[in-house]
Structures are given as C-alpha cells and as structure tokens.
Ligand binder design. Structure first.
Ligand SMILES: Nc1ncnc2c1ncn2[C@@H]1O[C@H](COP(=O)(O)OP(=O)(O)OP(=O)(O)O)[C@@H](O)[C@H]1O
Ligand SMILES: [Mg+2]
Length: 475
C-alpha cells in the first residue's frame, strides 16, 4: 500500500470522500481539511486551513463546538448532531464523530469526520410542515383528514386460514386503543394492515401519521417525533412533532427496530406518561396517540439482538400480528393473481384473462422473497408489455424465465438429424448440470445434493464417476 499510494494520492482520495474531515491543532487552528469539509463552510480549502475553528464557524462557541470540546476533555465524541451556520450564513446540520489526537501521550489536536445531513433534515421538516398544514384543515370537517390511510380490511386479499385469522385478530385490535406490533418480511402487507386498523378504529376521523425510523440520525428523529422550540436551528421558531400532529389519531412507527436505543427509552416514557416535551422546551404537552409499530423481524428476536428495548417491547406488544410470507399461504395465490390482473386491467386498460398453465407453474415454483409486493410488481410489469389475453412464460420477467432457458440450453445439445449415443449425451448433460450447481454452491456437496434433490452419497458417487475433482467446502 505504502509504495502504491503517495501523499498526493492520499489527499486525492480524501478529497473524493463525501464525509468532511477536519484536523485542528491543540489551539483550535485548522491544520487540515478535505474538499467536503471546505464545502460545508462554502469556502476553499486554502481559506479554511490556518484559521481558528470559531472564525470559520462564527455561530459555534467554545461550549458547542465538538472539536473544541474534544480538545478540552481529550475524550472522543461519536455520532453527535451539530447544527451551525457556516461562513456564508447557511444553516448546516452534520453528524460528527470527533477523536483526540495524541503524540507521546500528549494531546496535540483533534480530528473530526462530518456527514452533512442538511438535506435530509430539510426534507423531514418540510414533511412535518406539510402534515401540519394538512391537519390544520381539520376545521373543514373530518373528511379533510381522511385519505392519509387509504386501506381498509377488504383491501387485504386472501382466503387462507392464515389471512382469515390475521384479519380477525386485527379487527378486534381495531376496536381498542392498545398498542400493536405488526411484523413480517418485506412486501407481506404490514402497511396495509396498519392502515386498515386505523381506518376501522374509533380514531379513523383523526390523523394517521407514518414515520419510518430507519436511517434517520437520533437527534433528527427525536425532533421529528417530539417537535422543537426556538433556537434549535430548525428554520421555524416552533415546530410541532409528529406526536402532536397525530393527537387523537394513530402514529405508525415503521421499522422501529432501527430506532436508536436512547430514543426508544424516550418513546417508552412518552407512552407511559402520555405527554411530550418538544426538544429544547420546558413545557409539557398532553397527547393521546395510539402507537402501531412495525418491523421486518420477530420482535422477540429483535429484543434478543438488542435492536428493541425489552421494556418498550412489553409496552408495545399488547397485540402482536405476524404477517405470513406468500410461500406460507400458497392457497391465496389464485385470488391474489386474479386481484392483481383485475387491478391492472383497469389501470392499464387491458383485457387479460389469466395465466397459461406453463407460466403458472413458473410462478408457483418461484420462492417469492419479495412476497405480495413482488407478485404485484411482476403482474404489473408483465401486463405493461404483453399483447395477448393470457400471460405466457415469455411475458414473465427474465429472472423467472431463466429456468426455461436452462432447459432449452440442455435440449439444444441433442444433435439434429444425425445418429448419436444416448448414453454419451446423458452423461454430458449430467456432467453439465452437476458441475454447474456444484460451482454455484461454491463447491459445497451438501448444498449441491440438496439443490439437486439427491442423496449426498449418490452425488458423491456421480461426481467420482464423472471424474469431477471435488474439494468439499462445507460450512
Ligand atoms: N394481502 C394483500 N392483498 C392485497 N395486496 C397486498 C397484500 N399484501 C400486500 N399487498 C400489496 O403489496 C404491496 C406491499 O405491501 P406493504 O407496503 O403493506 O408491505 P410491507 O409489509 O409494509 O413491506 P415493507 O417491509 O417492505 O415495508 C402493496 O402494494 C400492497 O398493496
Ligand atoms: Mg412497509
């Protein structure tokens, strides 16, 4: 590495990074910054280097600058949200990790990595503002707040016992004010169920607000949920949080297992005390909000893996609804298929009647990792481009057709119009199939045998017979 990258190369690499990097000496003077850090300040690198940190960030103080704090304490600060005005007066929000730099046991400076989340913050705030405006129209009548939760129980298609039981349980939950956890893999219909519960509950004429908790830095998510007061660089003096906006209604917290732990603790407190305090405020506000949380893993597992606080889990898990994978309810396949064909006939102005037997076999044999969403997307995509009335294998997406291609490739091995040895051809085909699957599994005999639905010993015998060198890589 040393011989490959010289100092200039390293500087170029650091300048390409999206993260800002700044280094200050023990007096707080900037001795290095990359392009991204200079961009944050709307300055050029040359203008930044050699200046004191507070000259470049006039809105920061000795107390609020993370770099100066680290110089004072000698202790690292990780993932801290910093709001400041840059040299040009633009409001910038970053997430910083700041570490002390020591030489021979002496503190000589500090280094800071900054991720600019200004745009994320602005978009989130705009969303909160829009929701606020929308619900402010409540005066125009309850209908004005409808439309945010579109789905009702009739939209949940399925005749399997699993879906029947799920709907029954969810309808009962809709009659109460209890918290609910909805969990299941991607595309299984969690959002559908959550909205249906709200729309059937006594809160249906009040707001339904959804917030995804994934990938939002702690401090930002906190201000989105609880609101802010003046001085928090939020653009408005006072901004209500989603809890306030959802008052008397339902707050849907999606991917709650991605919510940072410290925020989960605050959420628990709100649920228990039933009041919130905006960030930076001393006043508390009473709220009456029903919480429905969703996640794509088993909540017990989330607790075990420390992704969900145990106390919050018990508080939320009054009712828990598990959404089965599509593969677990194959009985629903025909009704879902008919439902989506009907939906896209209307939407795309088509007259598709159904799926031909061969294409249906392909669909039935697919493993559906994306569940109902994947089925819906496949039907939509297929119906967009097809001409006939029946969906054929050729109309299906390429990745579903691959199996057919594979079959055709093998059949193409049959010599046309000349004599051939059946035994030899079968042996060639056998070799091709086994070698391909063996390589695809990374040389794992157990997996190869499993995929070929063949006993392990049989596979080993055939591998030896075909002279395929094996080096079993079992896990
Ligand atoms: N039982 C169902 N009947 C009809 N449509 C369904 C059903 N389940 C899911 N869908 C459709 O599948 C799509 C995905 O559903 P939804 O958004 O509720 O999934 P999700 O479980 O929230 O997934 P993710 O974890 O990825 O957010 C939606 O377009 C929805 O209409
Ligand atoms: Mg969802």
């Amino acid at each position: 590495m040393d011989s490959l990258l010289n100092k200039e190369d390293m500087e170029t690499v650091l300048d390409i990074l999206d993260e800002g990097i700044q280094v200050v000496n023990c007096d707080g003077v900037i001795v290095y910054c990359n392009e991204a850090a200079a961009d944050l300040d709307s300055l050029k690198k040359e203008e930044v280097i050699g200046s004191h940190i507070l000259e470049i960030y006039p809105s920061l103080t000795k107390e609020t600058s993370t770099l100066l704090e680290v110089l004072k304490t000698g202790k690292a600060i990780y993932h801290y949200q910093q709001d400041f005005l840059n040299y040009k007066g633009s409001k910038i929000t970053t997430i910083n990790s700041t570490i002390p730099l020591n030489k021979n046991g002496l503190l000589v400076g500090a280094l800071e990595l900054s991720r600019n989340i200004t745009q994320v913050r602005e978009l989130s705030e705009r969303l909160v503002d829009l929701q606020e405006k929308m619900y402010a129209q409540k005066a125009a009548g309850p209908q004005a707040v409808k439309g945010t939760a579109r789905y009702v129980f009739d939209d949940i298609i399925g005749e399997s016992p699993e879906i029947y039981e799920l709907k029954h349980k969810a309808m009962k939950a809709a009659d109460t004010n209890s918290s609910v956890i909805v969990y299941g893999n991607t595309g299984t219909g969690k959002e559908l169920v959550v909205q249906a519960i709200h729309n059937t509950s006594g809160r249906r004429d009040h707001p339904f607000i959804a917030q995804n908790c994934a990938a939002i830095p702690t401090a930002l998510l906190e201000s989105i949920l609880f609101g802010t007061v003046k001085g928090s660089f939020t653009g408005a003096d006072h901004r209500p949080g989603l809890f306030e906006l959802a008052n008397n209604g339902t707050l849907f917290l999606d991917e709650i297992n991605s919510m940072p732990m410290e925020l989960q603790a605050k959420l628990l407190r709100v649920l228990e005390e039933k009041f919130i305090r905006r960030v930076g405020d001393i006043k508390t506000r009473a709220i009456d909000v029903r919480i429905i949380a969703a996640m794509n893993m088993d909540p017990f597992q989330a607790v075990q893996e420390k992704k969900l606080r145990e106390d919050l889990f018990y508080r939320l898990n009054v009712v828990s609804l598990r959404l089965p994978d599509l593969m677990e309810r194959k009985k629903d396949f025909p009704v879902l298929l008919a439902h989506f064909i009907d939906k896209f006939n209307r939407k795309l102005d088509k007259k598709v009647v159904g799926v031909c037997q061969e294409a249906l076999d392909y669909l039935r044999n697919h493993s559906w990792p994306g569940n109902v969403r994947e089925l819906e997307n496949i039907i939509e995509g297929t119906m967009n481009v097809m001409d006939g009335q029946w969906i054929q294998v050729e109309d299906l997406p390429y990745y579903l057709q691959k199996r057919k291609k594979c079959k055709e490739e093998l059949l193409a091995e049959i010599p046309d119009g000349e004599r051939f040895s059946f035994k030899e051809l079968m042996s060639t085909m056998e070799r091709k199939v086994i070698t391909k699957v063996y390589h695809r599994t990374g040389g794992n005999i157990t997996k190869t045998a499993d995929r070929l639905s063949m006993p392990r010993q049989t596979l080993q015998y055939r591998l030896a017979k075909l002279g395929i060198a094996t080096e079993d890589k079992e896990e």
